[in-house]
Design a protein around this ligand. Structure first.
Ligand code: FEO
Ligand code: CA
Ligand code: CA
Ligand code: CA
Length: 600
């Protein structure tokens, strides 16, 4: 339910300057400091060995924190007086060229890499609210989710012929999760994680409508897991449907290490960036999710049943039944005025109306010629039939719990308006959109409504470099330059926080985390809070503004280096010619970091 009002945040800071993309450092505002909470390879269990970069084994990696942490959240353990919490993070993919010595045997590289994927849950502790968190090795709730971890498929596609394999003839139990990108934390305290670029792990025939629409080809995959397990090649008899078992929203209960995680078919199958839930006035829960691909769509799920305060067991069933919609946006300015580089339309705003087009209504297909199972397994093909708006890569989509307004990070789309590709329109107003934009949606009435109005909160770029930008009318010479918005979060008083992925190739500056004022005279003001090290993307922002703390997942630092010529040394920063201390490495390590005030 929406909270009322906006107040002044306890997290006051002076924006940092934009940082050169080659700088291999974490930059935070004056008066703040940072430190890692957990790094790639940190041992999570009592029997886990210390990280040893040059001699990684699969057995060690299975018991250590994984690679390329993306969505992250920290949830306090009830009754711990703020002194214990559980941290969730997912491990989207690996950067094999900088992780493994060239001398490591290929089968070992594949096995360690596979074990570095998946999810992690780890307990944190601190002395009091002013002290930094540290992770607790061997704690009760610690859990690694690996390719062998079993997920239960829920909703209408569970048990369908489209998801059955020789290993799972019932079509209900799936091993592993892949490409986990952004996510969301539900009002009932579970974690949602989006399976995004799963297609890169599969070899297929490459000719079926499904393979083509989801990008599965007959070429060997980059990581070649197909050499070790037949299921990664869907041409193998009995495994034709294996790829249909990925591309879902995953739900995890971080407070129960023995629980079976879920994959929710009711939210559709596509390159889910993530999903975020809000409880509508009616009590139904609504989840928003973007499909991160150029010219793909924005989706919304509405539950059949209602949220029950305090009934966690019931609430954990809510994402299994309901309706699924895809968004269509209509602008209200003449198209000719808004193509090109993004000047403000004559009516003063990028805005208009929209509707949620049904794909599934109350568990039944709303798409002619397709069963509900087909709509949910081949959601992109189903959506293609109803005419939704092709977006500029919808990444994180998140409703504000203060206002119910929904924010969509369209990260970029270099192909808009090129060749035969669709050109700019009011909701995706730039051709060759390099820097992205943020859409703000206001549902008409209740959050379950099928009608909405919309406007653009910002059109990103660096005004100082001459980019044509828009910040809801806020003076463009008074904002931090921002490019390629990706993950979204809110602080406790309703400000939007945006982390970026791709600013180095956009405006030539380091990626970072930005606070955006949404209401009042300063609406559209963008203030940069931090910048991440060389080649890294900023992921999984958590804003604990009441404790003046911010957390981010630093993903793929130094990814353009090689094992022998690393370009980032984050976060250990072991000096050249120095032998790393036990557990440290002179190589980049994706890590979850905390930023907190310097206290005397
Ligand atoms: Fe993994 Fe859409 O970023
Ligand atoms: Ca992302
Ligand atoms: Ca307009
Ligand atoms: Ca991204």
């Amino acid at each position: 339910a929406a909270k009322e009002g906006f107040g002044k945040s306890k997290l006051q800071f002076t924006a940092i300057p934009s940082i050169d993309a080659m700088v291999d450092a974490v930059t935070v505002p004056d008066g703040f400091t940072w430190q890692p909470i957990i790094r790639w390879g940190d041992p999570m269990f009592k029997d886990a060995p210390e990280f040893d970069l040059a001699n990684q084994t699969a057995a060690a990696q299975e018991r250590q924190f994984g690679y390329n942490n993306d969505y992250t959240d920290i949830l306090e353990i009830p009754g711990s007086k703020g002194r214990r919490a559980v941290l969730f993070s997912n491990h989207e993919y690996t950067n094999d060229a900088i992780m493994f010595p060239p001398t490591m045997p290929a089968d070992q590289v594949r096995a360690v890499g596979a074990a570095a994927h998946g999810l992690s849950v780890v307990e944190l502790e601190r002395q009091n609210k002013n002290k930094p968190w540290t992770y607790v090795k061997g704690a009760e709730l610690n859990r690694r989710f690996l390719n062998s971890t079993v997920y239960e498929l829920t909703g209408p596609a569970a048990g369908s012929a489209l998801v059955k394999t020789v290993e799972d003839p019932a079509g209900r139990f799936i091993k592993g999760t892949l490409g986990n990108c952004a996510g969301g934390t539900t009002p009932w305290g579970t974690i949602l994680s989006g399976e995004e670029n799963f297609q890169g792990y599969f070899v297929g025939n490459g000719t079926s409508a499904g393979d083509k629409r989801y990008g599965i080809t007959s070429k060997p995959t980059a990581r070649q897991w197909e050499l070790d397990e037949p299921r990664w090649d869907t041409r193998n008899p009995g495994y034709e449907n294996e790829a249909n078992r990925f591309g879902w929203i995953v739900e995890v209960d971080p407070f129960d290490p023995s629980s079976t995680p879920k994959k929710h078919s009711m939210l559709g199958r596509f390159k889910h960036e993530g999903a975020n839930v809000i409880i509508a006035k009616s009590g139904h829960v609504v989840a928003y999710s973007g499909d991160d691909e150029r010219f793909d769509y924005l989706y919304k799920f509405v539950s059949k049943d209602k949220y029950r305060e305090g009934d966690r067991k019931h609430n954990m069933t809510l994402l299994s039944a309901g309706s699924l919609y895809v968004a269509k946006f209509t602008g209200n300015s003449p198209a000719a005025e808004i193509t090109g580089t993004g000047a403000v339309p004559s009516d003063g705003a990028f805005d208009g109306t929209g509707e949620w087009l049904p794909l599934v209504l109350d568990g039944k297909s709303a798409v002619p010629g397709m069963s509900v199972e087909e709509v949910l397994v081949y959601t992109r093909l189903a959506a293609d039939k109803v005419g939704p708006t092709k977006m500029d890569r919808a990444e994180d989509v998140q409703p504000s719990l203060h206002t119910g307004k929904v924010y969509v990070a369209c990260t970029n789309n270099s192909n808009r308006g090129t060749g035969t590709n669709e050109g700019a329109n009011e909701v995706n107003p730039r051709n060759q959109n390099r820097d992205g934009h943020i859409v703000e949606i206001t549902e008409t009435g209740d959050q379950t409504s099928t009608a909405f109005t919309w406007n653009l909160l910002m059109v990103c770029g660096d005004p100082a470099q001459g980019d044509v930008t828009y910040f809801s009318g806020f003076p463009v010479d008074k904002v931090s330059p921002i490019s390629c918005p990706d993950n979204l979060a809110f602080d406790s008083v309703g400000n939007l926080w945006i982390s970026t992925d791709g600013a180095p190739s956009g405006i030539g500056r380091a990626d970072g985390l930005f606070k955006v004022t949404l209401e009042g005279a300063e609406r559209g003001k963008v203030e940069q809070f931090l910048a991440v090290p060389r080649d890294a993307e900023t992921c999984g922002p958590i804003i604990h503004d009441e404790e003046r703390s911010v957390f981010v997942a630093v993903q793929h630092p130094g990814e353009d280096g090689t094992f022998e010529n690393q370009v980032s040394f984050f976060p250990d920063y072991v000096a050249a010619g120095t032998t790393p201390a036990p557990g440290q490495a002179r190589a980049p390590r994706p890590s979850v970091i905390q930023v907190l005030p310097i206290r005397d």
